[in-house]
Design a protein around this ligand. Structure first.
Ligand SMILES: [Zn+2]
Length: 198
């Protein structure tokens, strides 16, 4: 462990800011810098500090001139999907109740510092343009990507897809249609069987 955030300098700010185009890993920030006590304690007191009167669900952390965007998940810890144009590309485990977009260059800078917690299975996204993330109820949208932690994170109960609209049954339209067809077929069969018995 050689590199620490302190060496490079860091600053915490509330809210989402414009981020630079490039590659980012979608991961819980605790996997990236949770074992840097100085950084992590300061980050936690920034988020939960008594001097803060207004809660904020998103944070910008500037480290060594790079911006990291962090936000709180809707329901705490778990495993949350990232979608590109509506198709799931991977998922991120969450241990500290939040997720973040971490510039891939920061990983290089902190290479020596990342221990066994390195979340290397977490998805990497590539943004072609500068972007400003949008957070709503734990879901984060950014340049064609979405990382979902709210009610739509689980997707359709049958096929797991993430169609925008899941019905009352938590099913996508085509799975609901399939179930309706099966039910119809079952009733038809039942009727036919009854007729045979008579
Ligand atoms: Zn479905």
């Amino acid at each position: 462990m050689t590199a620490t955030a302190k060496v490079f300098g860091y600053e915490f700010r509330e809210g989402c800011e414009e981020m630079k185009a490039g590659k980012y890993r979608v991961t819980d920030p605790c996997y990236f810098l949770g074992h840097d006590d100085d950084f992590w304690n300061n980050f936690c007191s920034f988020m939960f500090g008594e001097d803060r009167t207004i809660g904020s669900d998103s944070y910008t952390i500037e480290i060594a001139g790079y911006k990291v965007m962090a936000w709180g998940t809707a329901y705490g810890d778990g495993c949350y999907p990232t979608l590109k144009d509506g198709v799931e590309i991977g998922s991120s485990g969450v241990d500290a109740g939040m997720l973040s977009l971490i510039p891939i260059e920061l990983y290089d800078l902190f290479k020596d510092h990342l221990g066994e917690n390195d979340d290397s299975s977490a998805p990497i996204v590539e943004l072609a343009y500068n972007f400003t993330p949008h957070i709503e109820e734990g879901d984060c949208s950014y340049g064609g990507y979405q990382t979902l932690t709210g009610d739509s994170a689980e997707g359709c109960g049958d096929c797991g897809c993430h169609d925008d609209y899941l019905n009352w049954n938590s099913l996508c339209n085509s799975c609901q249609q399939e179930r309706d067809n099966e039910e119809e077929e079952r009733l038809r069969q039942e009727e036919a069987d009854n007729e045979e018995e008579e």
